[in-house]
Design a protein. Structure first.
Length: 132
RNA sequence: UAGGCAAAUCAGUCUAUCGCUGUUCGUCUUCGGAUGAAGAGAGGAAAGUCCGGGCAGUAUAGAGCAUCGUACUUCCUAACGGGAAGGUCUCAUAGAACCAAUUUUAUGGGAACAGAAAGUGCCGCAGAAAGGAAAACUACCUAGAGAAGUUCGCUUUUUUAGGAAAAGGUGAAAAGGUGAGGUAAGAGCUCACCGCGUUAUUGGUGACACUAACGGCAAGGUAAACCUUACGAACUGAAAGACCAAAUAUACCGAGGCUUGAGGGUUGCUCGCCCAAUCUCGGAGGGUAGGUUGAUGGAUCCUAUGUGUGAAUGUAGGACUAGAUAAAUGAUAGAUACAAAGUUGUUUAAUCAACAAUGGACACAGAACCCGGCUUAUGAUUUGCCUUUUAU
RNA sequence: UGGCCCAUGGUGUAACUGGCAACACGUCUGGUUUUGGUCCAGAAGAGUUUAGGUUCGAGCCCUAAUGGGCCAA
């Protein structure tokens, strides 16, 4: 299994981000908010992700960096279910993770929450895809 | 034991698993990359953005005014509002000179510390009077007039004119202080000592200091009020700038202009100067939204040594490649060094001490062109000084 | 990255050259009313975001910090 989580997974395109926030669908699962949409862009892996931690909730840069690191780490470990499901349906998506809580969490705690949230996201994606 | 001040040091280390961003080398390649190995990867404040400089672009024809900043002296520095050494003033504590005023010694702290005899403003309430010194509420003195008492000497009191600025009272502040003489009463009116000012000698690079003579004492405070004086400041800011690639609209509307100068630039203004015709300004629109560079070896750090009181600096030797860009150093598990408390054991009649084991903390905080400072945040250890409390 | 501004009762705002921190709404008490509202009378509630400094005296002047907001790109 490949645990790597490099630059290819990062959503960097300005246009994509703008359209994502305009047209994307929201899924809420405390303490995260997901915004996702499908894409026709040529990307290597089934998804690209954007992680956002608000300056409003964390004043200091080191706190924001810590939370982002933890989220990255958690996704890196738990991306397979999402990846496999997407490749089954031959879908490519981009999504943003927004951390909406205003306190730091332990990594263990955060990972559990994220797993739960990711599973919710996967079902949502497949649902919307079925409808369309 | 706790706190404060000053100075110094460190900001854990190792292993395993899975990862992140560059670099070098090898292999493969559809030349886009892929993959393996090696090695590198946040700070003392990276922070605040409070100053200064480098660097870059524009300008360079300047002058005056305005604006902003700095302000004891000398030095350090690329530069500074930073630092060093010194001077002066001031505060606290303790002591000395008989009280006071004032002076002085020791220790420790603080100072935005140029000018208030260039000018203007302000100084509420209180107070007679708050700025050219001025005035008489209580109280003092002299002279005139009146009243009452009388032992006919005078005493008390009212009022008028003057003297004086000493006492009381007001205030943050009433302008030299203490003592003596002097006087109707008083007063630097005079004298002694102290303080203050001016001038001069001497010492010091200088801020200033010492001494002497003279002045009789003016010149209240406020410049973190305007201001004056001296010195300094061209503007912009790496999202600067340079290059490559991609894309498009030398189109449309309005105003103005053609060397007799529209307009633009030059700091805010004035003058002056410069540029200026397929042009300038405004409007409404179209396209792009990538990459490379700038950009990490430097006013760098360490050691030795010379110069200097010191900040610094000369010489010699050695050391050092973070370079991300929706923004990299992480997560999990374990071990371990060092500090304190605690627990257990040994020793002991018991406690202390000693020894051994166990146990056991990481605060503040994340580079964004780079440096020098300042400020603020903060864990631990060591040294020195000061203060408080408790115990002996 | 660079630049600018603000902070005053529970809320929204005043306070001029430094000289007793004011107003409205709200709150509380009493009155009027059968009761509530309206109305009338009265009261409480702040030491001006924090810490220093200048000054006789600071909301105002100066310095530093804290929090909040805005602009350029």
């Amino acid at each position: 299994m490949n645990f790597s989580f490099g630059k290819e997974y990062k959503l960097c395109s300005h246009k994509q981000i703008e359209s994502l926030f305009k047209e994307g669908k929201k899924v809420r699962e405390f303490p995260f908010t997901f915004i996702f949409s499908t894409t026709e862009m040529e990307i290597k892996y089934p998804f690209q992700v954007l992680i956002s931690v608000s300056k409003r909730n964390f004043k200091h840069a080191h706190d924001r960096n810590y939370v982002k690191r933890c989220i990255r780490e958690a996704i890196r470990k738990n991306k397979f279910e999402l990846e496999s499901r997407l490749s089954e349906q031959n879908l490519k998506i981009v999504f943003a993770i927004i951390y909406t809580f205003n306190e730091r969490m332990d990594y263990v705690n955060l990972e559990q929450k994220l797993i739960k949230a990711l599973s919710k996201l996967t079902t949502q994606i497949s649902n919307t895809n079925d409808k369309s």
